[in-house]
Design a protein around this ligand. Structure first.
Ligand code: FE2
Length: 136
């Protein structure tokens, strides 16, 4: 695991956009959430702020993922089932982070590694390909 990796905060760029407004809106929110988590880890504020981070992750899951799935189904994205499986894996992983936190495990850095990776590989890459209907 790349524990020593230095995390850089993101700035929203035009190249991140899918061109679908509600998707870009939630994607930018997720980027902001990733930035917050970077601050939490580097400022050692895990104990005070992890609940707020979980709350924002829950919002992303509850308010957005089903909407994105409905959209991808509507446009007939061929990789839909695999894409939906990635969402499911994300939800499962966040729940297990939450359970580990409830057992008083120090999960902040590992959560950052996971969330940062999801932002880069799912949101900036997978979602964009899906909306543009590119088969990877
Ligand atoms: Fe997605």
């Amino acid at each position: 695991m790349n524990i020593n990796k230095k995390y850089e905060k993101y700035t929203w760029k035009q190249e991140y956009e899918t061109g679908v407004m509600f998707i870009d809106h939630f994607h930018e929110n997720f980027m902001n959430l990733t930035n917050t988590l970077i601050d939490v880890v580097y400022n050692k504020e895990c104990a005070e702020k992890i609940i707020m981070v979980f709350h924002r992750l829950a919002n992303y899951i509850e308010d957005y993922l089903v909407k994105e799935e409905m959209y991808l189904q509507k446009i007939g994205f061929q990789g839909f089932m695999e894409h939906k499986a990635e969402h499911k894996a994300f939800i499962k992983e966040i729940i297990s982070f939450q359970e580990a936190y409830e057992k008083h495990e120090n999960i902040c850095l590992n959560l950052l590694i996971y969330v940062d990776n999801y932002f880069k590989n799912h949101i900036l890459s997978g979602d964009k390909k899906a909306v543009k209907m590119e088969i990877s």
